[in-house]
Design a protein around this ligand. Sequence first.
Ligand SMILES: [Zn+2]
Length: 316
Amino acid sequence: MLSNKLGLAPRLLSSYSKRLAVIDYHYFTSKDLIYPDLEVSYESLEAQLEIISRNCRLRPPVETLEEIFSGKMKSEEQSLIITIDDADKTLLEALTFFNEFKIPLVLFAPVGLCLSENESDGLRSRCLHMYKYLSLFDFPDPYSQLVNADKYFDFIINSSFKDLDKLYKIIRSIERESSVILERKLLTIQQLKDIIESQNIIVASHTMSHSVLSELPTDWMKWEISRSSEIISQIGGDIRLFAYPYGYKKSYNQNVKNTLENAGVKYAFTTTSSLTKQNSDHLSIGRASMLNYKERSFVLGTVSGAFRIWDRLLLR
Ligand SMILES: [Zn+2]
């Protein structure tokens, strides 16, 4: 708010036509917030979208990206792309507001977790997701060798559904902490398909299991990207766009970027708040999280890159 009022947000300092802001949402709620970093109330959302639709230029996301990177962006307004991560079911109700203001949207789905637990890849993705939540040395025999991430991935990919199911039950009993995303209800693959067809929303990959890509063995990391890309294209999504799970600077690296490029990804989004210019890295496009405020100066500060200053102060 302050940065917008003092004019520290670049919106007031430079020509709009050269910068692109991207914001992201996660969960929506009509109750008190449980996760203030991830949730926005429907009431705030409606107020935010109204402010945004009056002040920003919201064109189809892929065209906007092409224009900014080719230097052909010609606009007097702040260009903005709105994204939602994690495909939480609460977004279905939020879509009413996006429709009301005719705001285009990119939805990044961890498709492996959107698959049912009764499908191999759905169960595999849940097991893989849980790896970092395990107290690994509690693995009972004969699973003790699975402490090693390579062996863990090998086992998950090559086991029968029955063996995997058995392992998943053990995993849930030795987890150190529960995972927020596994506790949420995510959209199903059918629901993703439906919103692509009926609402003209871009759905893109947020990997299979929502793990930190830079921490994974190469085979595992490649599977996260290639398998999710297959599913995204099967349901009519757009494989040119991608969002890194967690998205902080160290959650991806050059190896991950090369794999994305080979899989046909042109634009990959982080969660570091930065504005995108013509010479920015296509595979490291910054985004600011939209928080639960409905004040005009907060919303305009956020879409103008005010959080860039905050992230710099925190060396993120
Ligand atoms: Zn995510």
